[in-house]
Design a protein around this ligand. Sequence first.
Ligand SMILES: Nc1ncnc2c1ncn2[C@@H]1O[C@H](COP(=O)(O)OP(=O)(O)OP(=O)(O)O)[C@@H](O)[C@H]1O
Ligand SMILES: [Mg+2]
Length: 510
Amino acid sequence: MSKILQIWSLSKTFPGQVALHEATFDVEEGEVHALVGQNGSGKSTLIKVLAGFHQPDPGHHVTMRDEAFDIGNAQAAQAAGIRFVHQDLGLVEAVSAVENLALGFGYRTGFGRRIKWREETKRAKQALLDLGFDINVRVPVAALGGAARTGVAIARALQDADQNISILILDEPTASLPGADVDRLFEAVRRLKARGISVVFVSHHLEEVFEIADRVTVLRDAKVVATKNTSELDMASLIELIVGHKVTAASIDRQIDQSAAPRLEVRGLIGMGLSDVSFEVRPGEVLGVAGLTGSGRDTLIPSLSGAIDRLGDVLVDGAPLKAGDPSTSIASGLAFVPADRLRNGIISLMSVRSNTTLADVKRNKTGLRLNHKKEKAETNDWIRSLSVVTTGSEAPISTLSGGNQQKVMMSRSFRLNPKVLLLDEPTQGVDIGAKEEIHTFVDSAAASGSAVLVASTDSAELARLCDRVIVMHKGAIVDTVLRNGGSGASSMAERIDQVLLAGSSLVAHN
Ligand SMILES: Nc1ncnc2c1ncn2[C@@H]1O[C@H](COP(=O)(O)OP(=O)(O)OP(=O)(O)O)[C@@H](O)[C@H]1O
Ligand SMILES: [Mg+2]
């Protein structure tokens, strides 16, 4: 195979931080090349330099099809046929998929330069269908689910695919996608590869690397530590390359007092995509929620936290919570970490410190005044214990990598010492080392008596964390998988997958 893009000694320094140090990277024609590494290791920086979003430090050498390539220049990347889907997707939320596609390409106009909406709509619909996404292209993108939004971003990047696209670069396209949608995306990737287009993709889901990538490049602490054929690697050695040491998941050993009064009680919950859901979680217990997109898994935690409307009773230590009122819920001891935190939780103009402490600033008051020194010290403790990569508590949160912003959101809830902790996709976009750190925190929240509810599309994560997992289908609980139930050899994760699979053929996709 011939190399189309070759990069030597590419560096990028931000004030106080080397994000990329003398990186060497190349892309072969028609290959799928995975780019992996811990949060803050420099993956998005490499991509953003290539896209012309950042200017590289001097000293690099880059060629495209053996000719000198002006890296750091958006027009040069465009002209060379390199297309990008960035980590935050970069969609215009208030307008439809049709308009998002047209914005990147130019509207078709007819007589009198009127926009041909019918044609635009047909074209957008077809572009998404080609990628396997059958969605409503006329509603605002903000109203679409994660999978559909990713589809729109990819369709937009590819819409001039007939014009010499050489490389498609996807920064964590699967971070918020459940399994079935990942399969669909990979189908699209295989189709591109068959057409000779190279695909570079970033993922923290290492099983995806083995499933679809021909080669993998590992970044650690801003340096490329290896580029290998995936056929020469196994999971354990890839993890070791990424983290720099071996990682072992803790096995949990919880004693739950079944006679204790439930910390969280949910009775007859009705809400968006939910019909009559009831369950209880005891102190020290971790209850998982599994289900496909649209099953109710994805709306259960938002309706409990008050983010979306509900009917029915939710009680914390026997006291009913008012629906649709997140701030009294927090005061009653309920803390939550929303999914899609980059959209829903991060306040991007504020510092790491303010983002950490904002749900309870009282703790660091001396008299009536906020004690910044105490806040800083507390924030720095959290930065250390979750290994957040940042220059410190005062850094604007927008300068942190995606995964590190998420860790800050986790610490915002963990520090409340809640009676009930609701976690929606707690390790989405989080690297393999940080994932175990977050899991250990969940263990310790349970050990200190919190009742924890975890919704996740990752069955292995549910098996790692939960004592029980409820499986949802069409808005109702259809099954419960117990840690200590089930037969002999099949692991808890396999049992969850079996139940999910049994229902999946019935579920229409959104
Ligand atoms: N605009 C910026 N200003 C200052 N520092 C930045 C900026 N963008 C990124 N950095 C720093 O550069 C480093 C690399 O960040 P990058 O976004 O490339 O990480 P990443 O590998 O993509 O991580 P993740 O898996 O979390 O997305 C981080 O430590 C980050 O804090
Ligand atoms: Mg990134």
